[in-house]
Ligand binder design. Structure first.
Ligand code: GLN
Length: 269
C-alpha cells in the first residue's frame, strides 16, 4: 500500500495520521508529501495501522509519537508524565523574566517531563536549576530528557518541598496538578490517559497549590518569587492564597487564548 492509501484508510485527524505515518517511516511530513504514491514497507504499514487504531481509541498523539515539542525543545514523554502544554510556555517566559532580573537559584516543583526546568536552563544556562517530582518514573523521564539535551539540572525525588533545602531559592516555579477530582474535563481529550497525580489537585483542585503557597516562604530567600500555573477560573483564589500568606506584588497573567492562567508574587518578609 502507498502512503496516500494508508492515510485514506484510517479514521483519525489527518494531521495526526500524517504525524504517525511520518514517525513510523522515520521521515518528516514534507518527505511523506513528496513520496505519497510510493509503496510503504509492510511492517511500517502495520505499525502505523496499530497506532492509528490506538489514536482512534483516545491514546494521546504525544504518547504514540513518544515526544512533544515544548519551547525550543523536543521532550520525550510517556504515560508517567503530563504532556507539556503550550500554556506552560508562558510560565517559562515569566520565569525567564525573573532570571533576567537576577534570580539565580531556581526550583521547579512537580517537573514531570522536565519541561519548565529544561526550557529555563536551555535559555539561561548560568542558573542553578533543581527540579523536583514525587514520582520516580516521572523523574527518570525528566532526567533522560536532560541527558539527551545536554542540560544540567539537579533532579530530586521529593514530595514537594520535603527534601528541598530551605531559605535558598530565588524563584520557585510550578505547574502543579490543579483540576478538581470530579471535574468533567478529566474525561476529555488527552486527560484520561495522563497520570491522575499530574492532573488532580485534590477535592477542590486547589490542594496542591495551597500546599505550595503555604510552604514556599520557608524555602524562598527574601525577595524571591513564587510563580504558579492554575486553572482558567482559579486566578482570584490563587491570588487570595498568596496575599493571605503575605506575598507582595501579586499579579496574574493570561495565556495565548486569553485565560488568566498563572499567578505569582514576591516574598519580601
Ligand atoms: N511541570 C510539568 C509540565 O508543566 C509537569 C506538570 C504536572 O505534571 N502537573 O509539563
Amino acid at each position: 500500500m502507498t502512503a496516500r492509501e494508508l492515510l485514506q484508510q484510517v479514521a483519525i485527524d489527518r494531521g495526526d495520521a500524517e504525524g504517525l505515518l511520518a514517525n513510523a517511516l522515520r521521515v518528516n511530513r514534507a518527505w511523506l508529501f513528496a513520496h505519497r504514491d510510493e509503496p510503504v514497507d509492510d511492517s511500517c504499514a502495520e505499525h502505523f495501522m496499530e497506532q492509528a487504531r490506538a489514536r482512534a481509541e483516545g491514546e494521546p498523539l504525544a504518547y504514540l509519537l513518544g515526544y512533544r515539542d515544548f519551547w525550543s525543545l523536543r521532550l520525550n514523554v510517556n504515560r508517567d508524565v503530563l504532556i507539556p502544554r503550550r500554556e506552560t510556555e508562558h510560565l517559562v517566559e515569566w520565569a525567564i523574566e525573573r532570571i533576567d532580573a537576577g534570580a539565580q537559584r531556581i526550583l521547579d516543583l512537580g517537573t514531570g517531563s522536565g519541561a519548565i526546568a529544561l526550557a529555563c536552563k536551555s535559555e539561561r544556562p548560568q542558573v542553578e536549576m533543581c527540579a523536583v517530582d514525587g514520582c520516580q518514573e516521572a523523574l527518570s523521564c525528566a532526567r533522560a530528557n536532560g541527558e539527551s539535551l545536554g542540560l544540567e539540572v539537579d533532579w530530586l525525588y521529593s514530595d514537594w518541598f520535603e527534601k528541598v533545602p530551605p531559605n535558598y531559592w530565588d524563584l520557585v516555579v510550578s505547574n502543579p496538578p490543579y483540576i478538581a477530582a470530579n471535574d468533567a474535563h478529566l474525561s476529555r481529550g488527552d486527560l484520561p490517559a495522563e497520570p491522575a497525580l499530574a492532573l488532580i489537585g485534590g477535592h477542590t483542585g486547589l490542594e496542591s497549590i495551597d500546599h505550595i503557597v503555604a510552604g514556599a516562604p520557608d524555602f524562598l530567600r527574601p525577595g524571591g518569587w513564587l510563580l504558579l500555573e492554575h486553572g482558567f477560573d482559579q486566578a482570584e483564589l490563587v491570588a487570595g492564597l498568596l496575599r493571605t500568606k503575605g506575598f507582595s506584588k501579586v499579579s496574574t497573567r493570561r495565556d495565548w487564548s486569553g485565560h488568566a492562567r498563572m499567578t505569582g508574587g514576591q516574598w519580601l518578609n
